[in-house]
Write a protein that binds this ligand. Structure first.
Ligand code: FAD
Length: 451
């Protein structure tokens, strides 16, 4: 990867302007806890570790700049969804665990929103809610079922919007049923990532940027307690414990390779809408919107009224290839979709397109776990496209686990859960393709729009 090309990875990262990166690791350093990965998960873990225990020494190694991965490229939805859908979570884990997951995610959304507010963090946060819509009869049936499951699992704060309500909020006839959660919101993902970096540093986390871990070694019973040696191109970090906060990039580490696979989701973005265009579409509530396909469309407004729209398909990868961000066909379909929902925007220009990797477990649910009998290393991954709130709360959870605390979070069922492993290549690729193919077919035959 070329140093400094973070600007090309998303509009959000580009809009940060010139960043003065932290120095990279040179020579040898030692730490109590080393964190690999400077996305939301890693930075939140570091921040919470130092907030709970000032005396502990925490060092984070980031391959590029903090926020370079999914954390600097996402849709910016602060949302409650755990796993793919409530009904899949119920099917996979049962009602009780589904309730636990929901409590964790409700807490996650509220914690993130209040943290941003209380710390006056400049990340364009808008507490405008989240709207899940159905745009055809098959999606209506699916959404009605999800609403039923949500009631069964005690979801709080879900409003059901009928066609008339939706028509009064949006100038489109495509929305037939809606699930609205007012507690959710939207933010500028890269501003939030860089603000979290500042918070972690203020709390005392030492952060090295442009410091990829290229070799990872575990020593047996070292006299000095430094069990891990993390090598970077110009240095090495000795650590007593390690946090893998590498999410989709976990595929690069043999220790956690099998737990997840990357999938690449893409986004297009328009120029700022004029006042007339804004008036023409309604959308005064400014909620982040998703539809109810298998491969959803997700879209939202930015502070300056651009529309950011992503989804519809995903890219899968072979081996260790992490460069699948761009796909012209996917981008063109997204542009077409926007005009299908809001034909009044005909002629609008698209100024940016980008993509990024999300981490997929085989059952599409997040996983947190320990490595080794001595539990000296931990990992968290598999948030699929719903990690903005989850990662911040999971960072807190990881800190609590590492500090042997007992909280409601550390009793969550997804900690140490049995993760169904992905097979090695070429079977991993075949399996990923088969799952993608199935979901695409369902969308084509059932949930997709006809254009
Ligand atoms: C396009 C897109 C849209 C999304 N939209 C939403 C949304 O609207 N709402 C939502 O909730 N979620 C969304 N997500 C998901 C969300 O962004 C992620 O779940 C979340 O950012 C994951 O954070 P993380 O810190 O775990 O991983 P990442 O942000 O990916 O961080 C991992 C970090 O590890 C670093 N790294 C990799 N290898 C090494 C190494 N060898 N040494 C050191 N560092 C390394 C990477 O450079 C990266 O910075 C979206 C994701 C994408 C890609």
């Amino acid at each position: 990867m070329i140093k400094g090309d973070y600007r090309k990875r998303s509009y959000w990262l580009e809009s940060l302007g010139e960043i003065q990166p932290n120095p990279s690791l040179k020579g040898e350093d030692k730490t109590d806890i080393a964190i690999i990965g400077g996305g939301y998960t890693g930075m939140s873990t570091g921040f919470h570790l130092k907030s709970y225990d000032k005396g502990i020494d925490v060092t984070l190694l980031e391959a590029e700049i903090c926020g370079y991965g999914a954390s600097g490229r996402n849709g910016g939805f602060n949302m409650t969804l755990f796993g793919l859908t409530p009904s899949i979570t119920k099917f996979r884990f049962g009602v009780e665990k589904g309730r636990q997951a929901r409590r964790f995610m409700e807490e996650a959304v509220n914690y993130l929103a209040s943290f941003i507010r209380e710390n006056n963090i400049d990340c364009d946060y808008e507490g405008t809610g989240y709207l899940l819509v159905a745009t055809n009869e098959a999606q209506v049936k699916r959404l009605e079922h999800e609403i039923e499951v949500a009631r069964e699992m005690d979801y709080k704060g879900v409003e059901v919007w009928d066609k008339e309500k939706l028509r009064s909020e949006f100038n489109t006839d495509k929305y037939l049923l809606g699930w609205f959660e007012p507690q959710c919101g939207i933010l500028h993902p890269a501003k939030w990532a860089r603000a979290l970096k500042e918070k972690a540093e203020e709390a005392g986390v030492k952060i090295y940027e442009y410091s990829p871990v290229i070799e990872f070694e575990k020593r047996k019973n070292p006299a000095d307690g430094y069990k891990f040696v993390l090598k970077t191109p110009e240095g090495r970090l000795l650590a007593k414990r390690v946090v893998f906060a590498t999410n989709a990039y976990s595929i690069l580490f043999p220790e956690i390779y099998k737990y997840q696979t990357p999938a690449f989701t893409r986004i297009v973005m328009t120029e700022p809408l004029t006042d007339e265009q804004m008036e023409s579409i309604g959308w005064k509530n400014r909620a982040g919107i998703e539809d109810s396909r298998d491969f959803i469309h997700y879209y939202r407004l930015t502070k300056d009224n651009r529309i950011v729209l992503g989804g519809r398909d995903v890219g899968v990868t072979y081996g260790r290839d992490m460069e699948r961000d761009l796909d012209e066909k996917n981008f063109e379909e997204l542009k077409k979709y926007l005009l299908w929902v809001f034909p009044q925007l005909e002629g609008i220009k698209f100024t940016h397109q980008w993509g990024g990797p999300v981490s997929i477990t085989l059952d599409m649910a997040p996983a947190v776990g320990f490595l080794g009998k001595d539990r000296s290393a931990v990992f968290a991954l598999g948030y699929i496209g719903h990690g903005v709130s989850a990662t911040f709360n999971t960072g807190r959870l990881l800190a609590e686990l590492l500090l042997d605390m007992d909280t409601e979070r550390t009793r969550m069922f997804f900690i140490g859960r049995k993760v169904i492993p992905f097979p090695p290549e070429p079977f991993r690729y075949v399996l990923s393709h088969a799952i993608r193919g199935f979901m695409r077919l369902e969308d084509k035959l059932k949930y997709g729009e006809k254009f």
